[in-house]
Design a protein around this ligand. Structure first.
Ligand code: NAP
Length: 285
């Protein structure tokens, strides 16, 4: 089995670590525009060797795990290069622009659009970890556009690494993911900014910030190179989420300014329901 991973960072790297565990005889080839990452991935045992686009003809699986703006140019070139039996999947956090770019490609049936809902705030090959996808959801879009036999091949692999599948159309994916993922990242980045501007003394932040601050600001460590194109591609829905969020923040500020503590209490009490929702997520995991 020959597996090619294009963009050997957190997601692509973690995926091939799990694949190698399930298929020890598979050869994992890496393609990355960053020579340092390529060498690092070999040294860390994430990939077996460097590959090239010319070899993709012989690939069984190709995983495209680059930032979503890069995917728009890389993915059609990958499809140009692969053989009839190759299944290509892309793992980006937006789905409509990706599905659109390959919509009329002659090898569209060799492609499956996915978004594994798993990750950390770290990037690059050193961030790759085993078991990242176990028990997590993989959202698949436009599955009917992938050749049936190749769908089966991909689904078998996802199941082997412990993922459960949820099917969705690309627009619904982008709209919903803006709320549950993209807004959380903006909120975390801007919380970090607000604190850093006011608390110029780093030692004060360090001494006074508790685990609550650390967990809410965790996503602010994420890579700007990955997130800027996501916000660009999903601008319409991200703006919609921001408008709702800003309205809620403004309302909270006004209640406080008006000493309306009953309303503040009720507001927080109603949002406490998130406990049950999050428990549901933990149980499903
Ligand atoms: P990452 O750790 O930064 O890995 C991406 C890799 O792609 C980096 O090594 C990067 O090198 C390389 N790359 C950039 N341009 C390239 C090109 N033209 N050709 C080949 N390689 C190139 O990012 P990631 O977190 O794995 O994210 C990859 C994809 O997964 C993104 O589309 C993201 O939306 C999606 N995703 C991420 C998460 C998450 O939590 N992180 C979760 C689900 C899905 P440089 O560092 O030199 O640019």
């Amino acid at each position: 089995m020959k597996v090619y991973v294009i963009g050997i960072g957190l997601i692509g790297g973690s995926m091939v670590l799990d694949i190698k565990e399930k298929h020890p005889t598979a050869t994992i080839f890496g393609i990355d525009n960053n020579e340092k990452h390529l060498q690092e991935a070999i040294d860390l045992g994430v990939i077996d060797e460097a590959g090239s686009f010319e070899d993709l003809q012989k690939a069984d699986f190709v995983i495209v795990s680059v930032p979503v703006d890069v995917a728009l140019t890389v993915l059609p070139k990958v499809l140009d290069a692969v053989g009839d039996k190759t299944i290509v999947f892309e793992v980006g956090s937006t789905k409509k622009p990706i599905c659109d770019i390959v919509a009329n490609h002659p090898k569209r049936r060799n492609f499956i659009a996915t978004h594994p809902i798993a990750g950390t705030e770290f990037s690059g090959p050193s961030a790759a970890i085993k078991g990242l996808f176990n028990g997590k959801t993989n959202i698949i879009c436009e599955v009917e556009k992938t050749a049936f036999k190749l769908q089966e091949k991909a689904l078998q692999l996802f199941s082997e690494i412990g993922m459960r599948i949820r099917y969705m159309d690309p627009v619904s994916h982008d709209k919903h993911i803006a709320y549950v993922s993209h807004l959380s990242h903006i909120s975390s980045f801007m919380l970090g900014k607000t604190v850093m501007i006011k608390e110029k003394d780093e030692q004060d932040i360090f001494d006074m910030a508790g685990s609550g601050f650390e967990s809410t600001v965790r996503l602010a460590k994420s890579s700007p190179a990955m997130w800027t194109p996501i916000f660009k591609q999903n601008k319409e829905y991200v703006l919609e989420t921001l408008e709702g969020y800003i309205a809620n923040l403004t309302q909270f500020r006004d209640l406080l300014a008006d000493d309306n503590y009953n309303a503040i209490f009720e507001e927080m009490e109603s949002v406490n329901k998130i406990r049950e929702i999050l428990n549901g997520i933990t149980i499903k995991k």
